[in-house]
Design a protein around this ligand. Structure first.
Ligand code: KIV
Length: 278
């Protein structure tokens, strides 16, 4: 394998941004990849440095940054500064911004106006929730030069219609997911997130579509996997969804550090002479 043939998505620093066509090429090579959420400069820079090819400024910032119960309340005004921070702090990852609930459903014009704001803030692609019902929006955005990642299966912005957090694609509803997947691909999406979809349905969609599938709770056969970084790193405490794997216990590391700091302040150990100006 020559240097140029080394897969660009993992393992070495590329000199330029990952593009949507790189993700398509990875699928054609059979190379799987990981996407993480990021909402701030430090995690963005870390994930960029280690070669995570795509970062999502998810509307999950609602739960993970802003302290809302669901993703429904978050606004474009709250998400835009996070997108700008992640874009400024990275040089190679593809920066994907989620369009928040209420900012694109009204129609292609509304979607385009919102997506333009996110692109101007530094995003290189946007993500929106919905399958067949969103094809006009996807076509309008891609037609205007904005790459779109679709999101089907369990779509958290519609949790009140879907009856809560429930796996999608059981029995005959599997065909609905397959139809949604084909519709978003035909409308021009460059990738599609499959959230909480039965593994066999996700595997079938992955086989049938040319564009990459990004799974979250959709089994092992999707082309890529995405997790919320606070779930992945154990920053978030409490019961995690079944599809989450915790790779670290960052919450304990930070708690221990904060406890030690407070103890040392109480005991007069911090600051020591070397921490001051004398
Ligand atoms: O907002 C988000 O974090 C997401 C991922 C779970 C796909 O949409």
């Amino acid at each position: 394998m020559t240097h140029d043939e080394v897969p660009v998505l993992y393992g070495r620093k590329a000199s330029s941004r990952v593009r949507t066509r790189d993700l398509l090429a990875a699928k054609q090579r059979g190379e799987k990849w990981a996407m993480l959420t990021s909402y701030d400069q430090y995690t963005a820079a870390m994930f960029d440095e280690i070669g995570i090819p795509a970062l999502l400024i998810g509307d999950s910032a609602a739960n993970n940054v802003y302290g809302y119960e669901t993703t429904i309340p978050i606004s474009a005004e709250e998400l835009l500064p996070l997108v700008a921070a992640v874009a400024r702090s990275t040089s190679r990852t593809l920066v994907v911004a989620d369009l928040p609930f209420g900012s694109y459903e009204a129609g292609p014009e509304q979607a385009l106006a919102t997506a333009v704001r996110f692109m101007k803030a530094g995003a290189q692609a946007v993500k929106l929730e919905g399958g067949r019902r969103m094809t006009a929006q996807i076509a309008a955005l891609t037609g205007a030069g904005i790459p779109v990642m679709a999101h089907i299966g369990f779509t958290p912005q519609s949790e009140h219609t879907l009856g809560g957090y429930r796996v999608q694609g059981r029995a005959e509803t599997g065909e609905e997911i397959v139809a949604d997947a084909h519709a978003v691909a035909e409308a021009g999406a460059f990738a599609v997130v499959l959230e909480m979809v039965m593994a066999d349905v996700a595997a079938r969609v992955t086989k049938e579509l040319e564009i990459p599938t990004v799974g979250i709770g959709a089994g092992a056969e999707t082309d890529a996997q995405v997790l919320v970084w606070q779930d992945m790193a154990g920053m978030r405490r409490g019961k995690a969804p079944r599809f989450v794997k915790r790779y670290a216990d960052v919450a304990t590391v930070i708690e221990d550090a904060a406890r030690k700091f407070a103890e040392e302040v109480r005991d007069g150990e911090f600051p020591a002479p070397e921490h001051g100006f004398h």
